[in-house]
Design a protein around this ligand. Structure first.
Ligand code: GLU
Length: 387
């Protein structure tokens, strides 16, 4: 502890490392470049080592979920393509071919350890839809209860455009949030985030939160097989730590890395803190983590104070402007009279309807719309207010 009784960064880091070491439910994400060779074929030695480590965690009575990339890479190799296709249909073909190839390799190594695995393919639309979201969660929890290791990937065959998560770093953070994991481990080719020390760089052992400074540490990198890089890792970390899930970015090529993490060793870059956690109820968490804003409404000062100070729903009368073309049920941002973002919520009306009823009183709505139309634009149960 420091002299003023405030915990130092080092104290916070040690406490958090211990928390990760004792984590019961762990999501491990492994990137394409850890799993496949330069030629795109699955790296058997690496996969075997990963499987052994995951089974070790499972024997320690931990519940483990693996989020595995590598399907597109393995598909490209199997199909003998020279480079990653740009054409979407070809990418999806590669993903479809590669996913079975990858799972076969996993199945082989997990069987040797007598461990049952399962395949879970998800899209953003699945996680956003409340019913499908809960089904995915229940299935996953059931699998974990039986000691089965679910292997998750994005369902690349159907995931295009707006339903696409896009990269498995973000997918793994969403999965960790979905199952209320205790820790998210992102295994990559680097030994963590690195910062410059003049001519060299050194590993950053701990970050309390994802600040602009953290984002500046990221050396953007593009490659032909995977879509990630450190930027998406920080995006993923941002999602997870807001939900109170600490994240460790760690070197996936090390054969004992998972063991070291659950021993509490100082490896990789640990990210998270109480300060970074945003306390939300379950429904609000689902809204905030699994939806992307599709439009905006601007509100007047009266509505702003009703939302911020009195915990009220957003009424049509307080809306002054509608931006975007969204359907009812979409997440829209609420902008205050001074252009500041006040929060976001799921709208009861689509953009055209809101345009028609904006500024109108409850009496007007009762007189002009049918009784089944809600009196509120965004119900307070579906609202998240920025603190
Ligand atoms: N879903 C892609 C695959 O399995 C990976 C996306 C990513 O690497 O982030 O190949």
């Amino acid at each position: 502890m420091c002299g003023n009784n405030m915990p130092s960064d080092q104290d916070i880091e040690v406490t958090l490392r211990t928390k990760c070491a004792n984590a019961k439910r762990i999501v491990v994400k492994v990137g394409t470049h850890v799993l496949v060779n330069k030629n795109g074929h699955p790296n058997h030695k690496r996969i075997e080592s990963l499987v052994k480590q995951l089974c070790f965690l499972s024997r320690q009575k931990k519940e483990v979920i693996l989020v595995s990339s590598g399907a597109i890479g393995a598909g490209i190799a199997t199909l003998g393509l020279k480079t990653r296709p740009r054409d979407l249909a070809q990418l999806q073909m590669a993903a479809s071919v590669g996913q079975t190839r990858l799972l076969n390799v996993y199945q082989d190594y997990f069987s040797r350890e007598k461990k049952i695995i399962s395949q879970v393919l998800l899209t953003h639309a699945d996680l956003k839809h409340r019913g499908r979201h809960l089904n995915a969660r229940n299935t996953m929890l059931q699998l974990l209860k039986r000691g089965i290791i679910p292997i998750v990937n994005e369902n690349d065959v159907v995931a295009v455009d707006e339903i696409q998560i896009g990269d498995n770093d973000v997918l793994s953070a969403l999965v960790a949030t979905l199952v209320d994991a205790d820790t998210l481990i992102l295994l990559t080719t680097a030994d963590g985030l690195r910062q410059s020390t003049g001519r060299n760089t050194q590993r950053v052992p701990y970050l309390e939160t994802i600040s602009d400074k953290a984002l500046n540490l990221v050396f953007g990198k593009t490659n032909t097989l995977s879509t990630g890089g450190m930027k998406t890792k920080l995006e993923a970390a941002h999602i997870a730590i807001k939900a109170g899930i600490p994240v460790i970015i760690a070197p996936g090529k090390k054969t004992d890395i998972l063991k070291r993490i659950i021993q509490g060793d100082n490896v990789g870059t640990l990210i998270g803190s109480e300060k970074a956690t945003v306390k939300l109820r379950k429904r609000q968490r689902w809204i905030s983590a699994f939806h992307r804003p599709e439009g905006q409404v601007t509100v007047d000062a009266g509505a702003a104070s009703a939302l911020l100070e009195r915990g009220k729903s957003l009424l049509p009368v307080g809306i002054t402007k509608v931006t975007g073309n969204f359907k009812s049920g979409a997440l829209i941002q609420i902008v205050g009279p001074n252009r500041q973002i006040l929060g976001a919520g799921l709208t009861e009306y689509n953009a055209q309807e809101l345009e028609r009823i904006k500024g109108q009183s409850g009496t007007w709505i009762r007189e002009h719309l049918s009784p089944k139309h809600p009196m509120v634009a965004i119900h307070r149960d579906n609202l998240i207010i920025e603190s």
